[in-house]
Design a protein around this ligand. Structure first.
Ligand code: NDP
Ligand code: AKG
Length: 489
């Protein structure tokens, strides 16, 4: 284990009721650069009282903000987008230093954040309801979307720019106020995103940012009497706990949790396209996407050929610091993630899967980070833990199937149902897959990872609470509909 040196100068505060404030706890949380194990920044370890202060500020601001009008609220988001654009490179660099993904990926994520802000800014000038024929003449009946009130936003570390923005931007434009608690492991990047919201001049209390542990600050948010909705992305364990509390308190909730995303490769697939898509889907962001490919189910006729080419391409992946332009895959995001990945590699070996490439930590004086080789297991069966549990790292399991029916049945044999892909040149096979696969995001001849902000996103089964994020689906979650009936006399 390498020593962690505390060399940081960057300390970030909370933003509550329009002011940047340090926590009265006097305690800070270190954020570690996973590429070198050094502290790269610090955030406040806030108290329950401070979380309550943020929620009360959001509650007090909510009536006025709802009256500001959607068009004006959209204009604020354009300002946030412009500020994010001004700080694009700095925020992307911080993201790489804090979370480990490569700089081009971090840049892409931050650019996506700007695009999401503009998309929801434009929502301010789109229609907000329907006119519906009334049964009586001389009467006007229409629906109008109204905000919910205070929304809690609790986010993970794997997309510390895009995920908070795809939750906060729609929450605000539809008239809600926000308390944002980011993952502690990526809170420095989140603080820089929060600064863009703070600097856009939103009325005090409309947007609040507070850092601290999930069990303190997160818990205070989800248990607050002022909370009207909670939007969460993270582990199934935390998500299920949030669902229980939210249901008890009649708080609307939206949960995006894990995945064990399968890619099916049929005998008639374009082999090279399938290989490239599996490598990208499994190993970009070091496999730390909830949509990452983690199971590859290959039809027997193409199995050996596909496997050998997949191993060949995987062996060519360069692993290193995300700031090094020759790096294709960065480190695991944290020591915890790194240990989990190495543990799963041991579990897979012990349960009889065959390690065919990777499988080791890359840790030396020269590379003192949380690096793990891109890893592939062969001869995996669906009952193995490596085929069932989310690893959230650069590890894939290869499973052999004789037919498309078997392949879909193996793919569906998991508790999760987030994203799934098939590679085939046969339209009938593609249509059967679209109908029968149990996943919220279904792709044909495209990698399993990645989402488009203008389309609904969410999973089936244990991957999600059933609601959808992004695109127009966000309106469903962040508003409620009022039906208005007006009669002339
Ligand atoms: N679907 C996805 O995109 C993601 C899935 N995961 C999966 O989850 C695993 C664990 O990751 P981890 O970061 O520990 O996930 P968590 O679910 O613990 O963390 C996600 C967010 O929830 C917060 N949180 C944690 N505990 C509570 C609580 N009791 N009340 C309220 N909020 C809480 C965290 O805060 P804090 O950071 O302060 O603990 C963080 O902001 C990963 O290995 C991966 O399998 C992880 C991240 C994203
Ligand atoms: O936004 C993406 O590209 C993928 C989202 C995802 O996989 C995640 O939320 O972890």
């Amino acid at each position: 284990m390498n020593e962690v040196f505390s060399i940081t100068e960057e300390v970030h505060s909370n933003f509550i009721n329009g002011e940047w404030k340090q926590s009265t706890s006097g305690k800070l949380i270190d954020s570690i650069n996973p590429a070198n194990r050094q502290v790269m920044g610090q955030v406040q370890s806030s108290t329950i009282e401070e979380a309550n202060e943020a929620i009360e500020a959001a509650h007090n601001a909510s009536k006025e903000w709802a009256k500001v009008g959607e068009f004006q609220r959209g204009q604020y988001l354009y300002k946030v987008a412009a500020l994010l654009e001004e700080n694009l490179e700095e925020i992307a660099k911080t993201l790489t230093e804090e979370m480990g993904k490569t700089y081009p990926e971090a840049l892409g994520e931050t650019q996506r954040g700007i695009a999401i802000l503009k998309y929801y800014a434009a929502e301010g000038s789109r229609s907000n309801g329907d006119v519906i024929p009334a049964s009586e003449k001389d009467a006007l009946m229409f629906t109008k979307r109204i905000p919910l009130g205070v929304v809690g936003v609790i986010t993970p570390w794997n997309f510390p720019v895009a995920i908070p923005i795809w939750k906060i931007a729609p929450a605000l434009v539809y008239g809600n106020t926000v308390v944002f608690k980011p993952a502690s492991e990526a809170a420095v990047t989140a603080a820089k995103v929060a600064k863009c919201f703070a600097d856009a001049g939103l009325p005090s209390g409309v947007f609040n940012f507070i850092t601290g542990s999930g069990s303190t600050v997160g818990d205070a948010i989800i248990n607050s009497k002022y909370l009207k909705a909670i939007t969460f992305t993270g582990s199934s364990k935390t998500g299920k706990m949030i669902a229980e509390i939210a249901s008890k308190n009649q708080v609307k909730y939206q949960l995006e949790m894990g995945g064990k995303n399968p890619v099916i490769v049929l005998d008639d697939a374009n082999l090279e396209n399938a290989v490239q898509a599996v490598v990208s889907g499994a190993f970009k962001s070091t496999g730390q996407k909830c949509t990452a490919t983690s199971r590859v189910i290959i039809q027997s006729g193409i199995y050996e050929q596909f496997r050998d080419r997949l191993v060949e391409v995987t062996k060519g992946i360069s692993v290193g610091s995300g700031l090094d332009s020759t790096t294709w895959m960065g480190p695991c995001a944290s020591e915890g993630q790194y240990k989990t990945v190495l543990e799963y590699i041991e579990i897979a070996k012990n349960e009889g899967a065959t390690l065919i490439t990777g499988g080791h930590a890359i840790d030396s004086e020269l590379t003192p980070g949380f690096y793990v080789e891109p890893t592939i297991f062969d001869n995996v069966t669906t009952d193995m833990r490596i085929a069932q549990e989310e690893v959230f790292g650069p590890v894939i399991a290869l499973i052999k199937a004789e037919s498309i029916e078997d392949a879909i049945s193996f793919a569906n044999d998991a508790e999760y149902g987030l994203s799934a892909s098939i590679f085939t040149t046969n339209i009938g096979n593609a249509l059967a897959f679209i109908d029968d696969i149990e996943a919220g995001l279904v792709r044909v001849n495209a990698e399993s990872a990645g989402v488009e902000y203008q389309a609904p996103f969410g999973g089936l089964k244990d991957s999600s609470s059933g609601s959808r994020e992004q695109g127009q689906a966000a309106k469903e979650f962040f508003t409620v509909s009022k039906t208005v009936y007006i009669k002339a006399q």
